[in-house]
Design a binder for this molecule. Sequence first.
Ligand SMILES: *Cc1c(COP(=O)(O)O)cnc(C)c1O
Length: 297
Amino acid sequence: MERMASTLPFQEMTAEPDFLFDVQVKRLHEYKRQLLLILYVIMLYNRLVENPDQDLMPRTFIFSGKAAPGYILAKQVLRLIHNVAETIAGHPVVSKKIKVVFLPDYCVSLAETIIPAADVSEQISLAGTEASGTGNMKLMLNGALTVGTMDGANVEIYDEVGPDNIFIFGLRSEDVARRRPTYSPWEVYFGDQEIQDVLDTIRQNAFSVLTPGVFEPIVRTLLDEGDYYMLLADLRDYADTQERVAALYRDRREWSRRALLNVARAGKFSSDRTIAEYARQIWHLDPVSVSPDDASE
Ligand SMILES: *Cc1c(COP(=O)(O)O)cnc(C)c1O
């Protein structure tokens, strides 16, 4: 049988170079909170549907990442990303301002094409859950501005670039510990109309017209099962922070200045520095010279 177009790995699409490229590429996991970004995309979708004339900074949201085969909730998040992408692409107004793409088969070769194109680096894990992260460093080194929580190596990036050159939001790890015992996602739901609308849009099958109820497990995780990764607790601050991102991006000169500062201050994350530090502090090794002069002795 002849190969069909559908066997190609990528669905053809054009990226608008003027749109802000907002990138979240990493393994699919609840703690990394790809779902938080897609909830924000749904919030933007709702805003545009309600008010088609609003002056929204156009963005392309680029996702990539693999889910472990048996990780059902991660696969459901993948499905939600795909369905939101499709719904937006089919909407006459929203599709002019927002694009959502999911590139399959995330790997180093794909990372090499996505990361240099990124304007925004999404590093939005719940504080206290990410050991370090390395994607955050790769994106910084390639001139992306980080939108992130105070988690893993985002904290070191913050220390290097300072508060003006990174967008920090959300609970700190101490806040997570303090808030968790009394945390009620329903309280957030009833206390924030826009967040309520986001969840109701999913519940009312706006992204699952042909498969009603398919996203019920996601909604249940967020509302009935306690929202362990506290997405709803961080969503308001995240959305407001993304507004600041959009406003800054309109000032291309200032945006570029801050992007360059990120590149310039990425030296800390060199592997030479890291390995030297390990050798000294962890392995207690003395350096051995391997210069050509020594070799000839
Ligand atoms: C860098 C990289 C990762 C790790 O990304 P994090 O954002 O640190 O989780 C995973 N997969 C690939 C292919 C990478 O290049």
